[in-house]
Design a protein around this ligand. Structure first.
Ligand code: 3S6
Ligand code: CA
Length: 269
């Protein structure tokens, strides 16, 4: 009887080109497998506006004097650990030293343990166009080209790339419905968009399965620069203005509680 190599989803040790050994999660099954977790964006407190824990925007209070915020999208600072990726922000060396072609995103409820991530994720999608080849092979390099900082350009001319996604959990319509009606009316689902710019020239890193059609991008795009002029500091934070019409209300500009109480896991392949 033959034995088969069965690739399993779970935690693996990787060694970076400079010899740093780190643990991360690999999805070895979706669409042929080989997806490496490189980051998670976890909102520890949406009531905190660019305060402690807002590592993907700014922990420095939301100020025009700090236009880049913490700079995590385009620096080599790492934080967190794989096992806690749904309970805290996570960023490993793979984020900047893996050369990849595609990105996958999972929305996993906060505080879920590793073995339950795939089961409990309510939305999973990935790109297939190998778009990262055109932007330096990873998001670190993409965000060098499209900096997540204030006054980097204007909307919509200077948005970063928007890339179609294929859904592995949920679908485009379910994705769209996680946002409030004002957002649904002003976005197209089925895409991931990078480096959005809003009316006030603040920058966001990633739009969650949607491509904005207007410039109120702060209600569907997360991560960001260090200053959000509109209603400052109300849009400043890792989950930006996803609570603009109230926390988890799912009315107006606000996303559903399901979306804001889930970590956004970012994979490369
Ligand atoms: C559909 C209502 C438009 O509301 C405006 O957009 C309102 O005046 C602003 O407070 C709001 C924000 O810019 C939303 O980002
Ligand atoms: Ca706005």
């Amino acid at each position: 009887m033959e034995r088969y190599e069965i690739e399993e989803d779970g935690l693996y040790y990787l060694t970076s080109p400079t010899g740093v050994k780190y643990q991360t999660y690999c999805d070895m099954t979706t669409a042929g497998g080989g997806w490496t977790l490189v980051a998670s964006v976890h909102e520890n407190n949406l009531y905190g506006k660019c305060t402690t824990g807002d590592r993907w925007s700014s922990q420095q209070g939301g100020s025009p004097n700090v236009p880049d915020g913490d700079g995590s999208w385009s620096n080599t600072v790492t934080f967190g650990n794989a096992e806690a990726a749904t309970s805290d922000d996570f960023k490993n060396p793979g984020y900047y030293d893996i050369t990849a072609e595609n990105v996958a995103v999972w929305h996993v409820p906060n505080n879920e343990r590793v073995g339950r991530w795939k089961l409990t994720s309510f939305l999973r999608y990935h790109t297939e166009s190998k778009f990262l080849r055109s932007y330096g092979g990873n998001l670190y390099n993409l965000f060098k080209i499209f900096p997540v900082k204030n006054n980097a350009g204007s909307c919509p001319a200077n948005h970063g790339p928007s890339v179609p996604v294929v859904y592995d959990a949920g679908d485009a319509s379910f994705n769209h419905n996680l946002f409030g009606p004002h957002v649904r009316a002003r976005t197209d689902p089925g895409f991931i968009m990078f480096r959005a710019i809003n009316y006030e020239k603040a920058a966001m890193a990633i739009c969650l399965g949607v491509k904005p059609k207007d410039c109120n991008t702060e209600h569907s795009c997360i991560g960001g620069s260090g200053y959000f002029p509109e209603g400052s500091p109300r849009q400043c934070g890792d989950f930006t203005g996803l609570d603009w019409s109230g926390y988890g209300t799912h009315v107006g500009w606000s996303a559903s509680k399901q979306l804001i109480e889930a970590a956004v896991l970012i994979f490369y392949r």
